[in-house]
Design a protein around this ligand. Structure first.
Ligand SMILES: [Zn+2]
Length: 191
């Protein structure tokens, strides 16, 4: 990034990805702009400074490679290895790569905003017989549930409950997630 900034990025202090988003979107909180669908800004590109297109730039990229090893019985096995490789490209290509990854990042931010808005709408418009179940398997809590609050107050029309499930099984497949959800769904349907 240091290399990029010195060579091709505009002179303004542009280091964070949000600075670049600000340059290509008219509103970085607007889903349409971020998904690059807005007529106003969808053709905006990063304002690169003048640079020598054939100059070589360097960046680091995570990518996988297939490696082999021999197991204890002498059989050859393959496995995928993650590497942080040094990639050399000319600056023109580097600019295109950056523009593409900025577009992907903008779309990602747009989807996060969309999901946040959709979840907020669902929570605030809960029917008495509907539950919103928010799963985030990264933390210890399997899910957080939002239920319609009978005695609801204006600022929070739902009740929140966290559930934590434990298992000896370390499987993270879809079937395992459903196995964790089963007792939670059972508890919810009883309440
Ligand atoms: Zn826009």
């Amino acid at each position: 990034m240091k290399n990029l900034r010195k060579k091709i990025l505009p002179k303004e202090n542009m280091m964070k990805s949000s600075d670049i988003l600000q340059q290509i979107c008219c509103d970085i909180h607007n889903e349409n702009c971020l998904l690059r669908k807005s007529e106003n800004c969808k053709s905006n590109e990063i304002n690169f400074r003048d640079f020598k297109e054939n100059y070589i730039g360097v960046y680091l990229k995570w990518q996988t490679s297939k490696e082999t090893y021999r197991d204890k019985n002498g059989n050859q096995k393959t496995f995928q290895k993650m590497n942080k490789d040094v990639i050399m490209v000319n600056l023109l290509e580097m600019g295109d790569l950056l523009q593409n990854s900025v577009n992907e990042n903008a779309a990602h931010v747009g989807r996060v905003i969309h999901q946040h808005e959709a979840l907020k709408y669902q929570k605030e418009n809960l029917q008495f017989n509907v539950a919103v179940i928010h799963m985030d398997l990264i933390s210890l809590h399997t899910v957080v549930t939002y239920l319609h609050d009978k005695n609801f107050q204006l600022d929070m029309p739902y009740t929140i409950q966290s559930f934590c499930t434990l298992s000896d099984c370390l499987d993270h497949g879809v079937h395992a997630i459903w196995a964790h959800l089963k007792p939670i769904l059972k508890t919810l349907s009883g309440s």
